[in-house]
Ligand binder design. Structure first.
Ligand SMILES: NC(=O)c1ccc[n+]([C@@H]2O[C@H](COP(=O)([O-])OP(=O)(O)OC[C@H]3O[C@@H](n4cnc5c(N)ncnc54)[C@H](O)[C@@H]3O)[C@@H](O)[C@H]2O)c1
Length: 364
């Protein structure tokens, strides 16, 4: 039977552990649009949150202990969407019970935990994915294809801005402290370290970060890096400034700019073309009108950013049914965490830091 048909007849039966911000605002609304997966149960330490989340999304079962989820025979896979400190133990328990797992980023807070998780994935023989949903953003995938086709020529540099402002009101304690997974250099930057690895097929080698602490650690951080293929990177991450997701990749033959929040947010300019030239302006106006009908549909579904979560869950469901390795593995989760650790060390010592990479993980 074809994979599509298998999934339409037997959607992956899923439980989501952790009913916080990302689950209520992103995962469950996205999963409601993904027929390849069906949410059987939700779990949260806070019984009221678990109950209200289940009621809001029409989910049959809710509980406060992952142990209950793991004894449900109809649950095939578990989304671990709790605070980063708890990812490893919860994911390992789920894998021990034979459940496939999709673990939110950052995969864990220590490389040791990443290794324990990968060891368990191998022993249990389950699908183990890190939740780097931005890899599944429509424009990121298009950008990757252009880069792979060599349209930009050899890559010289990458520039990234990601601002995701966060209110101080009722913020959970873990989001205040970098040691617990909070702050722009862990929560936000980890996505971008993964994205650059994904877009450019290379690894980080040396980083230098500067951070500004406020009420919370690393409220705004800037970052420069050298990648193994000699690409130079400059990035800015903030949990205070207005929303922005922009990536610019510059090569010797052209430049690619991606804005993650606009349906017509992908622009390519060849060497010699100026941004303000009439032909370039016309091309972008034509591009806007050509993509408008599709863009309106996308916007009605929350935009490409929101839809990247849907795409990530669809991919996970396909991997569970087919047994194929996910595109974003535990190994990817570990590699980005290594860059986060180097960036944090650099921010606190004011020195550039070489990335120390541990060996290949056993699985995942
Ligand atoms: N992909 C993204 O863009 C994105 C966005 C936001 C958050 N995240 C990630 O998702 C994860 C959760 O983030 P959040 O903002 O929803 O956090 P949150 O603090 O709002 O929610 C976490 C929830 O997990 C529950 N929880 C903690 N331990 C538990 C346990 N052992 N069993 C059951 N429930 C438990 C808490 O009670 C809480 O309700 C983090 O890893 C975060 O970095 C990802």
């Amino acid at each position: 039977m074809e994979l599509k048909q298998q999934l339409s007849e037997h959607p992956v039966r899923l439980a989501v552990v952790g009913c916080g911000e990302v689950t209520r605002n992103k995962h469950l609304p996205s999963l409601a649009e993904v027929p390849e997966a069906f949410v059987v149960a939700v779990c949260d330490l806070d019984s009221r949150v678990a109950r209200e989340t289940a009621a809001k999304f029409g989910i049959a079962k809710h509980c406060t202990d992952i142990g209950e989820i793991l004894t449900m025979p109809d649950v095939e896979a578990v989304g671990i969407c709790t605070d980063p400190e708890s990812h490893a133990d919860l994911a390992i328990a789920a894998m021990r019970a034979g459940k496939h797992v999709m673990v939110e980023k950052p995969l864990a807070l220590t490389t040791g935990d990443c290794m324990r998780m990968a060891d368990q994935a191998e022993v249990s023989g389950v699908i183990a994915m890190t939740g780097f949903h931005m890899r599944f953003h429509r424009l990121i995938r298009q950008a990757r294809e252009h880069i792979r086709q060599g349209i930009l020529g050899p890559i010289e540099s990458a520039r990234i801005v990601w601002h995701s402002p966060r209110s101080d009101v009722s913020i959970p304690g873990w989001k205040i402290l970098r040691e617990r997974g909070g702050g722009a250099l862990v929560e936000i930057a980890v996505h971008h370290f993964d994205l650059l690895r994904f877009l450019l097929d290379t690894e980080f080698e040396r980083v230098h970060a500067i951070s500004r602490d406020g009420v919370r650690d690393d409220e705004t951080s800037v970052f420069i890096a050298r990648l193994a293929d000699q690409t130079l990177v400059a990035a800015e991450f903030s949990e205070r400034s207005p929303h922005e997701i922009e990536i610019v990749i510059s090569g010797r033959k052209g430049l690619l700019r991606m804005n993650g929040e606009r349906f017509d947010g992908l622009e390519i300019r060849r060497l010699g073309e100026l941004a303000g030239a009439p032909a370039v302006r016309m091309r972008s106006v034509k591009g806007f009108f050509r993509s408008l009908p599709f863009g309106l549909t996308t916007m009605r579904r929350g935009g490409d950013y929101r839809m990247s979560y849907e795409n990530a869950w669809r991919h996970f469901a396909e991997c569970v049914r087919s047994g194929r390795q996910p595109e974003s593995t535990f190994q990817d989760g570990l590699r980005s965490l290594e860059v986060v650790h180097a960036a944090l060390q650099s921010a606190s010592t004011s020195q550039a830091v070489e990335i120390s990479r541990i060996e290949q993980l056993k699985a995942g």
